[in-house]
Ligand binder design. Structure first.
Ligand code: AMP
Length: 210
């Protein structure tokens, strides 16, 4: 199965990607995660990407596309946060075929509420937030690592990221609708409900008339 998860920042697509990965035994591929690791390692690429990420902007395609070409798995994968513009979507088309593009849809008011409460573990990368509180404040349940707010989760940056989404990523909806790959689920309810909607879509794969 080759999936693209589309959705605004904080729509919950990252959480869904992880859950799907565990259930379907398919690897997730998150460009944002790769970039954050590069920043942590203080590589040249990381430093370069950080300037854009902290401003809520997309990292230029000239940095992203070679990364994707190098690391994208050959067989099954769940893409979280790629493609994010039409240039990337067209590049992906040349690299791999896709089964579905699933849009996890949420109203903006909920996304902003989630932004202020989302925390990431410095140790294992696990995400906590509004719908996933930790047992102990500021400490990861999984590895006891320290929890931090991502700089790009600050409200002002999230607002910018939402504008960037509307301008650069939203056109992908029409792009994938034309190709018959686009499916939309509601990301407003709990994680299990969102997942159920996604599984219904995946189950339709075998019934799809080619
Ligand atoms: P994410 O973790 O997917 O929310 O991504 C965090 C940030 O990484 C984004 O706001 C962008 O600055 C950058 N980024 C992630 N994926 C891409 C991409 N496909 N193209 C350009 N920039 C990206």
């Amino acid at each position: 199965m080759r999936l693209v998860l589309l959705g605004k920042p904080l729509s919950g697509k990252g959480t869904q990607a992880e859950l799907l990965s565990q259930k379907l035994h398919i690897r997730t591929f998150s460009v944002g995660e790769i970039l954050r690791k590069e920043i942590e390692k203080k590589t040249k690429l990381g430093k370069n990407a950080q300037k854009y990420m902290e401003k809520g902007k997309l990292v230029p395609d000239s940095i992203i596309l070679p990364l994707v070409k190098k690391y994208l798995p050959q067989k099954g994968f769940i893409l979280d946060g790629f493609p994010r513009d039409l240039v990337q979507a067209e590049a992906l088309e040349k690299m791999r075929s896709i089964d579905f593009v699933i849009d996890v849809h949420c109203p903006q008011s909920l996304l902003l509420k989630r932004a202020t409460s989302r925390r990431e573990c410095l140790g294992c990368g696990k995400i906590y937030g509004l719908e996933f509180p930790t047992q102990k404040k500021g400490v990861c349940d999984h590895c006891q690592g320290k929890l931090v707010q991502r700089k790009d989760d600050r409200e002002s940056t999230v607002r910018k990221r939402l504008l960037v989404y509307d301008k650069q990523t939203k056109p992908l909806i029409a792009f994938y609708k034309k190709k018959g790959l686009y499916r939309k689920v509601s990301g407003q309810k709990d994680v299990a409900f969102v997942q159920k909607q996604i599984f219904q879509i995946l189950a339709s794969k075998n019934k799809r008339i080619k």
